[in-house]
Design a protein around this ligand. Structure first.
Ligand SMILES: Nc1ncnc2c1ncn2[C@@H]1O[C@H](COP(=O)(O)OP(=O)(O)OP(=O)(O)O)[C@@H](O)[C@H]1O
Ligand SMILES: [Mg+2]
Length: 503
């Protein structure tokens, strides 16, 4: 059956922000329509309108040629629209099957939940998705990638007419991206209408038939994928050429003394990890998802226990019992999962930039509001955080702008760490801002800071890091200077499971 969704004159205003203005386009049956645009361009807002999450908006939505209004998410779902949000909505305490059917659990004739039926239907969906978990597994215990897969399964099982994905691949590894793309192709064949938001242009070219570019809440242009290229898309999105981000970087040429020595450490998650980092050096941790890179970062930061081995900062052994001790010693960590570890969503931008560094913002014993304001203003300016004021709640920022708040915390003149650990710093960040963040990372190094960079975008690590340490299965499998690092040899080390006890 043929389906379509059409947007006519859609507009949406938040206090101080015109998030969408006069948006007109139609997405057809059996096609993938990509939505592209910078952080804060209005992509998620449009999806939230069609999911019934934002009932007050201007304009009209037509589903299968007929005007439709949504009073609630439930209404949109029953009309046949499923939206997979940018931020995960799973309930960690519940099992996989309960999450998939939440609100619509099958009951038996006595009115009790029919567990057998629930389990059977969930197994069927799990088979379709080729995922490695079971209906009874508790969702909170699964990896973030698998939690994201559950989010997608939840939308899929409702057999919607229209299905929208908001940056579905940000938390996924290559293998899961493969599964997702196969699934999207199947949905296309079934005649579904698919909307797809991503900042990864390569994905757009792989999966999308048509592309709508939003800029500052307006529809900038619509393209057929076969009739455009990356440069044109970036130009339309950002309003200027970006060129080769890496070759134009101003790097630090000289390194100082040794800043960090990780000497044969063992934690509950990683084994015999050793490397050194000099002042002014960027060290990239490369590896596949699950290799243990985040766990190494957490151990250095005092977030996971070090069972044996030693960490030394400027030659002195340190034993951090908790992150606070690491922060006091001049270490900063921008975590991978902004929702769980990074931000307090219902506090404003100022509080969120200042919170972990309150100690550094006092004058005498009191918190100095002027310093707080300076820090928050600087973060907004440096990273072009899209917001009318620093009083805005973080929950009201777009996904990419939330990520920028985390970066802003650690990179102001008020708070200069010695060692900056960045775990997936560009996740959800648009192409234009990515280039700025790369330069910012090089600037930290130039100031003499040590930087540890974890990123699943291999190309990012290879081009930014002075030294690349490759991990696989919780161990270090190799170490390469940038000059020698290619995607092939880093990948080979990332898949080398037979590494010895010690390198
Ligand atoms: N609940 C809200 N309250 C106030 N402002 C909001 C709210 N939700 C979104 N906005 C604002 O609307 C604008 C568009 O945000 P939106 O989340 O749609 O951006 P996006 O294109 O999805 O960006 P990203 O790529 O960063 O996810 C932003 O300026 C954002 O701060
Ligand atoms: Mg968004």
């Amino acid at each position: 059956m043929s389906h379509s969704i059409e947007f006519q004159h859609i507009g949406k205003t938040f206090p101080g922000v015109r998030a969408l203005n006069d948006i007109n386009f139609k997405a057809e049956s059996g096609k993938v329509m990509a939505l592209l645009g910078e952080n804060g361009a209005g992509k998620s807002t449009l999806l939230k309108i069609m999911s019934g999450d934002l009932p007050a908006y201007d304009g009209t939505i037509l589903l299968d040629e007929k005007p439709i209004t949504f009073d609630s998410p439930y209404h949109a779902i029953t009309a046949g629209i499923s939206v997979i949000y940018q931020e995960r909505q799973v309930i960690p305490e519940l099992s996989v099957m309960e999450n998939l059917f939440v609100g619509e659990l099958p009951t038996n004739r006595f009115g009790f939940v029919d567990k057998a039926k629930l389990r059977e239907e969930t197994s069927r969906i799990i088979d379709d998705f080729e995922v490695p978990f079971k209906p009874d597994d508790i969702v909170g215990g699964l990896s973030i990638a698998n939690q994201q897969m559950i989010e997608i399964m939840k939308a899929y099982r409702r057999d919607p007419k229209v299905i929208a994905f908001d940056e579905p691949t940000a938390p996924l590894a290559e293998s899961e991206i493969g599964i997702l793309f196969k699934l999207i192709l199947r949905l296309k064949d079934q005649g579904k209408t698919i909307l797809y938001v991503s900042h990864r242009l390569s994905e757009i070219f792989e999966i999308a038939d048509e592309i709508v570019v939003l800029k500052d809440g307006e529809l900038a242009k619509t393209f057929k994928t076969t009739e455009t290229d990356e440069n044109e898309l970036v130009r339309t999105m950002v309003g200027r050429e970006i060129g080769d981000t890496y070759s134009t970087l101003e790097r630090n040429g000289k390194f100082g003394d040794i800043l960090l020595e990780v000497d044969n450490i063992v934690t509950p998650y990683v084994n015999n990890i050793s490397f050194t980092l000099r002042k002014g050096e960027i060290l990239g941790l490369a590896g596949l998802v699950g290799a243990g890179r985040t766990e190494v970062a957490r151990a250095i930061f005092g977030a996971d226990p070090v069972l044996s081995g030693e960490i030394r900062i400027e030659g002195k052994p340190v034993k951090f019992q908790k992150p606070k001790h690491a922060i006091d010693a001049g270490i900063a960590l921008c975590p991978e999962d902004r929702k769980e570890q990074g931000l307090v969503l219902y506090r404003n931008i100022t509080d969120n930039t200042c919170m972990p560094v309150f100690d550094k913002l006092t004058t005498g014993v009191f918190l100095d509001p002027a310093k707080e304001t300076r820090l928050a203003d600087e973060a907004v300016r440096k990273y072009s955080i899209k917001t009318p004021t620093t009083d805005k709640l973080v929950v009201e920022l777009s996904g990419g702008n939330q990520q920028k708040v985390i970066l802003g915390r650690w990179t102001s003149d008020e708070v200069t760490p010695k060692l900056l650990i960045l775990d997936e710093p560009t996740k959800g960040i648009d192409v234009g801002t990515k280039a700025e963040i790369y330069q910012m990372i090089c600037d930290f190094a130039k100031q003499g800071m040590g930087v540890i960079l974890v990123s699943s975008e291999l190309i990012e690590v290879i081009n930014l890091a002075d030294t690349i340490v490759v991990m696989c299965g919780g161990r270090v499998t190799g170490r390469l200077p940038r000059k020698e690092a290619t995607e092939e040899n880093v990948l080979a080390l990332a898949m080398k499971t037979d590494a010895g006890e010690k390198m």
